[in-house]
Design a protein around this ligand. Structure first.
Ligand code: SF4
Length: 444
């Protein structure tokens, strides 16, 4: 069944149902926050509840109410990303399809019929132990990166920002890291309790994220568990890594020898532009680490996650060409990509670009997709993600229902990157000549 048939035959009869509400979670163990996927805003885990029931780190009151909404055909507001894509009305495939298609259909039927108050065992889980990270990417913030924390603590808050993004860059987000490595952390304890009791049996995939998870001591502890408990779990292990030059890829490969691990790495442009967007990145070192991993039998696949923002569209096609070359060298199924459209902070959304630039990038991507649509190196989801982005640039005017006032967003775009350039020793106009005239004309 292809993605569209799955949507029509399996999901649409269940109204607004999405299996991620039941079977998937992202959990930040450093701050005690959780969400169903990376689109809805995170919410707090009940500290009292997990003392007696570790499953409460996922089965929160908020998620249970969203389940009831989905069982009664209502649209939870936190899932706006999917509704926005589906409302384009060109049979675009939202993440609701991808997040549901990975589970057996009988599991979807069971969830749809289940009392919404029931605690459910996860089938896929992404966990972050802490926010230690050597990068400070432009679209990230101190809640997820200790290097961003340093920027704010050393240089102070970013100023003169007036749109929704201001809160990201004006303080160090101390509540995002409430426990240090080695301190007793009730969320980590609840996770390991549930892991030992059920999760090592029920999880199809356990993905470790961060920050940069390969810089967290807890990650290596979990890798040791997999190494010393072979055969005890069929859970596929996956790691989100920025594969920066400081990441010890050799240690990773030594610690996962004999296992089959998936690596997810973020990238959405190439060379200088990538190094501008992902501050701390050395693009050549990243590519070398990707190849080193693909040369190893312990790596099942490397998945490139592109965060589609206003700056990456110029050289995104060049990155896609690079990934196609890797597919040719290592095989179609060992290299894949997803295109994830950024919504927050709104002033970095691709929708703040003027129509003529959006049109240029839309046509470049249309041509790229056309040239690869019959290639047997492409996955169905990759072609669908490309079509979704092309239609998004063509049709969608605002990334979400919250305020999207262009003058404020243009002000923040200019204010932010002016301060980013001086703090990070960068030069916007030199790095993005195609955007320079538009950028320099932005009123502040
Ligand atoms: S945002 Fe989409 S994929 Fe995520 S939980 Fe909601 S419906 Fe599912």
């Amino acid at each position: 069944m292809n993605d569209l048939e799955f949507k029509h035959k399996v999901l649409d009869p269940k109204g607004t149902f999405c299996a991620a509400k039941w079977y998937n979670a992202t959990i930040w163990l450093g701050s005690g926050q959780t969400t169903s996927c990376h689109h809805p805003p995170a919410h707090a885990i009940d500290l009292e509840a997990i003392k007696t029931n570790p499953k409460a780190i996922h089965n929160t009151v908020e998620k249970k109410l969203d389940r009831l909404m989905m069982q009664t055909g209502q649209r939870p507001s936190g899932c706006e990303y999917c509704w926005k894509i589906e409302d384009i009305d060109r049979d675009n495939i939202s993440d609701r399809v991808y997040k549901s298609k990975i589970y057996p259909i009988k599991a979807l039927d069971a969830a749809y019929e289940l009392d919404h108050r029931t605690d459910v065992d996860l089938r896929t889980l992404e966990i972050a132990f802490d926010r230690t990270c050597q990068f400070a990417c432009s679209y990230c913030n101190p809640a997820f990166s200790s290097t961003w924390v340093k920027d704010i603590k050393v240089n102070g808050p970013y100023t003169n920002l007036v749109s929704d993004g201001r809160g990201h860059f004006t303080h160090a987000h101390d509540s995002s890291q409430r426990y240090r490595y080695g301190e007793s952390n009730p969320y980590v304890e609840a996770f390991f309790a549930w892991w030992e009791s059920d999760l090592h049996r029920t999880l199809q995939e356990l993905r470790i994220t961060g920050g940069e998870p390969l810089m967290s001591g807890e990650t290596w502890k979990l890798l040791d568990w997999f190494k010393t408990n072979r055969g005890k779990s069929t859970t596929r292990l996956a790691i989100n890594s920025n594969l920066g030059q400081e990441v010890d890829v050799d240690r990773l490969l030594a610690s996962i020898e004999g296992l089959e691990v998936d690596i997810y790495t973020s990238q959405e442009s190439v060379t200088q532009q990538a190094e501008y967007i992902r501050d701390g990145l050395d693009y050549a070192a990243w590519l070398a680490n990707v190849k080193k991993l693909l040369d190893s039998p312990s790596i099942r696949a490397v998945h490139c996650m592109a965060t589609i923002n206003a700056l990456c569209l110029i050289s995104l096609p060049d990155l896609l060409d690079e990934l196609v070359e890797l597919k040719k060298q290592y095989g179609r199924d060992r290299v894949s990509f997803t295109l994830n459209i950024l919504r927050f902070p709104s002033f970095q959304s691709p929708l703040i670009l003027p129509a003529y630039l959006r049109r240029t990038f839309e046509l470049n991507l249309r041509e790229w997709r056309l040239n690869h649509s019959r290639s047997n190196l492409m996955h169905e989801h990759e072609l669908n993600h490309l079509q979704r982005l092309i239609d998004y640039l063509d049709v969608v005017k605002t990334p979400h229902s919250e305020a999207f006032e262009m003058p404020k967003l243009h002000n923040d775009f200019r204010q932010f990157f002016q301060q980013y350039d001086s703090r990070r020793n960068k030069n916007f106009a030199e790095t993005f000549p195609l955007l320079a005239d538009w950028y320099n004309d932005l009123p502040v």
